[in-house]
Write a protein that binds this ligand. Structure first.
Ligand SMILES: Nc1ncnc2c1ncn2[C@@H]1O[C@H](COP(=O)(O)OP(=O)(O)OP(=O)(O)O)[C@@H](O)[C@H]1O
Ligand SMILES: [Mg+2]
Length: 398
């Protein structure tokens, strides 16, 4: 069923944390001459599109408003009936397949209002498994597993209603729900729109982390070219009628936009956009002193002093960073306090250098704590970002 492939390190030499063997559970999608002609419209919204989406990759759709992205996406799970053409999942022609059956194999995440307001978070997430007639206990276990996966503590959030969550938390629940029956394909139509930039960046990081674990085939629509570059293994640039203008890796599109129209879309700052290609995991991180909540403070302070550090990263019992006190602050308490700093600047290894800078600026701090799969992976200071920017510029000019 699932396999491990040597991942496309030949295509993305710079993307450290993703350039390893990756687990693939997704299937490929193939469109052959897919068309949608809405009744009463003179030209088709989607005009004979042929496209191949490889298994286990994130392919991002970008293009001007009204060019047919949503129509194309909804034809994949047949929320919209195609007027012509053939759609394959793997080797299987699904064009004539029962639409309800098909939708259970394809997770779907839409922008806002995707959750049923009168159902709890747990009920929302468990919806499809319940439809598939899983037993009660199996559904409950799956709900908790998924909430955990998207970074929401099940105990705290399972029984809340959607309106009792922040916008970002609602999006996480939306992703959890789409993943509930473990579908090989995930369709996401501007799922992270309308949240603030920092929340958006965290949601993107979470998605990349989840994808590293699950290896789904993900089709993701966005208006934000930076988001496309960050998330996409490949990007499809569409024009009106869902005409495919360019379909390539982010690197290739940035380096060589196919038409003036793509160059405009990519934007004048394309050289700086290259920064979006550099991941936090690609640069050298500093190893901070890490202390657990409840440890005696004195030895921690001595350890940090011996290492020449002014600050210590404090983690909770699960190894997640919660604060970043100075030695002076730490010396005032006998044990390492469990105070959670709500504004602690944290990024993941998949975050881009742009993200790291934004996070530092938002927190008014000169550094960020970097987390990996096993907790704290290091810290990065603003000087490291600046040095990397200068190096990128140098390479771009040279
Ligand atoms: N139900 C419908 N009936 C008739 N025309 C429609 C219908 N839905 C969409 N269209 C038209 O089809 C074209 C493509 O629409 P679609 O929603 O797929 O675009 P999009 O690329 O997703 O745009 P956006 O970026 O604004 O979300 C548009 O011209 C739109 O007006
Ligand atoms: Mg749309």
């Amino acid at each position: 069923m699932s396999e491990t492939i040597a991942e496309r390190s030949d295509e993305r030499p710079g993307s450290g944390p993703t350039a390893e063997a990756r687990h693939v559970s997704g299937v490929s999608i193939r469109l052959d001459g897919v068309t949608k002609q809405y009744p009463g419209q003179r030209t088709p919204a989607v005009d004979a599109v042929s496209l191949e989406i490889p298994a286990g990759q994130i392919v991002v759709f970008v293009g001007p408003s009204g060019c047919g992205k949503t129509t194309l996406l909804k034809m994949l799970n047949r929320l919209i009936e195609p007027s012509g053409g053939t759609i394959y999942l793997g080797d299987e022609d699904v064009t004539g397949q029962n639409a309800d059956q098909l939708r259970r194999r394809i997770g779907y995440v839409i922008q806002a209002d995707g959750l049923f307001p009168h159902m709890t978070v747990g009920t929302n997430v468990g919806l499809v498994p319940k439809m598939l007639k899983w037993g009660k206990e199996r559904v409950a276990a799956r709900v908790d597993e998924l909430l955990d996966l998207v970074g929401l503590d099940p105990e705290t959030y399972r029984d809340r209603y959607p309106k009792e969550l922040s916008g970002g938390q609602q999006r996480r629940v939306g992703v959890a729900r789409a993943l509930a029956a473990d579908p090989p394909v995930l369709l996401m139509d501007e799922p992270f729109g309308a949240v603030d930039p920092i929340t958006r960046q965290r949601l993107q990081d979470e998605l990349l982390r989840i994808q590293e674990e699950l290896g789904k085939t993900i089709v993701f629509v966005t208006h934000d070219f930076d988001e496309a570059v960050k998330l996409g293994d490949r990007i499809v640039v569409f024009d009106v009628g869902a005409r495919v203008v360019q379909y390539d890796t982010p690197e290739a599109i940035l380096a060589d936009p196919a038409e003036d129209y793509v160059a405009d879309f990519v934007g004048a700052g394309a050289t700086l956009k290259q920064l979006t290609l550099t991941r936090v995991g690609d640069v050298e991180l500093r190893q901070p002193q890490v202390a657990r909540v409840g440890e005696d403070s004195a030895p921690v302070v001595r350890r940090a002093q011996a290492a020449g550090d002014q600050y210590v990263v404090v983690t909770d019992r699960r190894g997640r960073p919660i604060s970043w006190p100075s030695l002076a602050e730490l010396s005032r308490t006998s044990t390492v306090p469990d105070t959670v700093d709500e504004h602690l600047p944290v990024v993941g290894l998949h975050s881009t250098l742009n993200d790291a800078l934004d996070t530092m600026l938002a927190a008014s701090q000169g550094g960020v704590v970097v987390t990996g799969r096993d907790g704290v992976a290091g810290v990065m200071v603003v000087e490291t970002v600046m040095a990397a920017i200068q190096q990128t510029r140098g390479e771009a000019q040279g």
